[in-house]
Design a protein around this ligand. Structure first.
Ligand code: PLP
Length: 441
């Protein structure tokens, strides 16, 4: 197990999260339940904030990529940490607005924002909209004209660096629905076009090269490509970008195959980016751009643990053993989507040594409904509390009501105190929007 100051095993041999006993939490709140550790989230916000201060004179801002985990309370936490957010839908904007999040610290993304979403963003007054198509520029210009408003924009650029976990590649033509490619000339063309728009103020560029990336060289390479593109745009169009958004994607610990987490490692990614910006801008004679970064997973991922209760187990001799829990792909679809790996432990017997390798299965009617495969556990019995670690990102935000299962509640723990930040759903919530047309009555 990794060392993380907010996760430990207490004297009772139980897993403890943010000072709260996981077994007691399971009793009090029921299972399945997502548990989020507030201290971890705040620590990560401050690591990034402080690193920008130290490495870049504070000339930048952290934007929490809220698609990783979105609810009103997280926007409150992030706002109080004095960092911004990135949002990718009307629903995320609405939630942030309801949390009273300062609009000027909001950056809006999406490869196909709807007119309604753009209207909401402009009305709210978001700091920046990251534009990802020519038609979006036209739509936005028209909308701003109608509302007599001006809007700051960034252009989403594909720098031709694609990174996944431990590998990154340089490609001339990346197959992605996101961004204007530097290599094929579309990034240059769209810059020229955006500069002609009266109500749109082009501030600069954005790129995001992937997620769960450990190689800091991939960030350095992407930064290099962005700065050299900025220099070219200055030379061609006398346009000098004042903002550079380098996206997120910093890798976190899920299993011991991943680099062990420590706050210092996260500062290193940013160090690589800042160093490259400084050296390359000085080489090209460019002003230092205001730096934005958008970590999502690394702010909330390791802060989260999902607690389940073990039910049936099934051994298929010579093949594998399934340990079934009371959750599944409806609270965590990541294994079903892309065979995501996790570490699991028995929270009520956390000191016992693992003695077998099992697959943790969910309760959905779908054979691909696996929470995590190949996890080492002591022999699990009905009633044990199983904790899956590092579930703070892309779990609750990807949850569904498949099989009319209820999306689990989310508990926020701090110094041993636990509160709901998302209440349990009820069966009535499931039928709230159901309608029976007259002819069926
Ligand atoms: C998903 C995403 C992020 C956050 O990525 P993480 O891997 O969660 O850090 C940041 N920016 C953009 C544009 C994204 O799509």
């Amino acid at each position: 197990m990794n060392v993380r100051k907010t996760l430990k095993i207490n004297k009772a041999g139980h897993l403890e999260i943010g000072g709260a006993d996981a077994v007691a939490l399971a009793q009090q709140f029921g299972t399945p339940v997502y548990v989020m550790d507030e201290t971890y989230i705040r620590d990560m916000c401050s690591v990034y904030r402080e690193t920008i201060l130290k490495e870049y004179n504070g000339y930048g801002m952290v934007l929490y990529a809220s698609k990783a985990f979105s609810c009103t309370a997280i926007y409150k936490i992030v706002a109080s940490e004095n960092i911004g957010i990135d949002v990718v839908s009307g629903g995320e904007i609405y939630t942030a607005m309801k949390a009273g999040f300062p609009a000027e610290k909001v950056c809006m993304h999406g490869n196909n924002k709807t007119l309604a979403e753009l209207q909401l963003a402009v009305r709210y007054g978001v700091g920046e909209i990251v534009v990802d198509s020519e038609t979006e520029i036209d739509l936005l210009e028209q909308l701003c004209e109608e509302q007599d408003k001006n809007q700051n924009i960034l252009l989403r650029i594909n720098p031709g660096v694609e990174a996944h976990t431990h590998h990154f590649i340089q490609t001339a033509k990346t197959d992605s629905k996101f961004g204007f490619s530097i290599a094929d000339g579309s990034a240059e063309k769209i810059t020229k076009y955006a500069l002609t728009k009266k109500h749109l103020h082009l501030e600069g560029y954005h790129c995001h090269i992937g997620s769960q990336i450990f190689e800091k060289q991939s960030f350095a390479l992407a930064t290099e490509k962005m700065i050299s593109f900025m220099a070219r745009m200055r030379d061609e169009f006398s346009f000098e970008a004042t903002v550079l958004n380098m996206g997120g994607g910093y890798g976190i610990w899920y299993t011991d195959d991943d680099k062990k987490s420590s706050c210092a490692d996260y500062a290193e990614y940013l160090h690589a980016i800042c160093d490259t910006i400084k050296s390359k801008t000085s080489e090209y004679g460019l002003r230092l751009p205001f730096l934005l970064i958008e970590p999502g997973r690394s702010i909330v991922g390791e802060a989260g643990v999902t607690l389940y209760t073990v039910g049936a187990t099934k051994e298929i001799p010579g093949i594998k053993k399934y340990v079934s829990v009371d959750g599944g792909m409806f609270d965590n679809p990541r294994y079903a989507l892309y065979q995501a790996k996790y570490t699991a432990i028995l929270a009520n017997r956390a000191l016992e040594k693992p003695c077998e390798v099992v697959s943790v299965a969910g309760k959905c009617c779908e054979s691909g409904d696996i929470v995590c495969a190949n996890v080492a556990l002591p022999v699990a019995k009905r009633g044990d509390i199983l904790a899956v670690l590092s579930t703070g990102a892309y779990n609750y935000s990807m949850a569904s009501n498949y099989n009319r299962n209820l999306v689990p509640p989310v508990i926020l723990v701090k110094d041993g105190k636990a509160d709901y930040i998302v209440k349990p759903q009820t069966y009535d919530d499931l039928i709230r929007n159901d309608v029976i047309p007259d002819r069926l009555v």
